[in-house]
Design a protein around this ligand. Sequence first.
Ligand code: FAD
Length: 394
Amino acid sequence: MHIKFSPEDERFRQEAANWLEAQLSGPFRHLRGSRSHTGQSEERRVWEKALGEARWSCIGMPEAYGGRDATLNQQVIFAEEYARAGAPARLGHIGVELTAPTILHFGTDAQKRSFLPRIASGQDIWCQGYSEPGAGSDLANVRTRARLEQGPNGPHWVIEGHKIWTSLAQFSNWIFVICRTEPDTKGAKGLSCLLVPMDQPGVTIRPIKQMTGDAEFNEVFFDGAVTAADNIVGKPGEGWAVAMGTLAFERGASTLAQQMDFRNELNDVIAAAKRNGKAQDPIFRQRLAKAEIGLRIMRYSSLRMLSGDAGSLSNAAYTYKIYWANWRQQLGELAMDILGPAAELAHEDGHFDPLVHMFLMSRSDTIYAGTDQIQRNIIAERALGLPKEARGAA
Ligand SMILES: Cc1cc2nc3c(=O)[nH]c(=O)nc-3n(C[C@H](O)[C@H](O)[C@H](O)COP(=O)(O)OP(=O)(O)OC[C@H]3O[C@@H](n4cnc5c(N)ncnc54)[C@H](O)[C@@H]3O)c2cc1C
């Protein structure tokens, strides 16, 4: 196990840190420290393009598509430096972290040539259309349907259905949709993954206001929306493996570097405790120390996971999502206890203190990218090799 990065990796770290510092103290200084997922969206769109131009957007992708062929370690290093520099939340993160690896892994050469450079350059912003009102953990229950029809410009898919909790749909021009294309099928069989343009009359987006005051996610309605027949990833009816691949990317390497964001959040909590005197209280001191220990365990666990063969993740990586999600929820609760009753008041502009926002957002950490219960099933089945969860007849 290597608990340090190599000198070559450290040189890469320095190059990334220098570029980020130059940008965030120069043309993009107005974005430094911005943690909002919905604010300054136009400025963050420009930022996506700047990342793309300097090839810092999709660094794990092959150079031919606008990436840097970066190793897994380098991807984590870049994400660490990104957070350390206080760079803004990425508008393009779903395209970069989910769509691009999915197309790279499962897509045709034509799809790779067409879609990947546009993701890497920040030209296309993607959202993920998986969940529906009756299909979250049980994704195989999706009701959205698509049928192949002959149109004036050749064959195309026509889509009808309703997605929900679609993060950043209002900023996206493409959506990755899981839907049923094979009539008279049930469960995981007969589903397909379609790449669908958002800017068309058949697509309606309705934002959902969250308790943070933001509306990061949305309902998306498809009423006869269309996409070209070729915009299918994998074979028709065999989209389940593709969808599961995407979810593995969502729970995998891309989350390993979040610790640097968590470091910033824990530092803010410690600073708040020092400001209001709670840092003198023995109970709060114990809880802060526990949070620090938890963060360090997270750091060393991720280094251990990364030290597997040829940069691939070990089985231990299955435990990572449930660990960080619960750690962060406890940090949110600690922040609220430290801030005390004042935390319940919104600022005059209707927004909460950033730590209160963090607490409210952290409630969703144990839901998205697989709930805690689903994570435990995954650990049981894939990491421990236990028998599969009992399920009712399909
Ligand atoms: C902030 C946020 C952003 C999101 N962004 C997106 C997005 O961009 N695109 C998208 O498609 N979706 C998105 N989602 C949706 C997310 O994927 C679902 O909320 C999640 O999969 C859970 O589904 P559900 O909400 O339908 O809950 P359900 O699946 O109905 O689960 C309800 C409860 O039952 C438990 N449960 C369900 N099945 C089992 C089982 N087999 N064993 C044990 N317990 C079980 C769950 O753990 C949970 O406690 C987002 C969600 C959040 C909170």
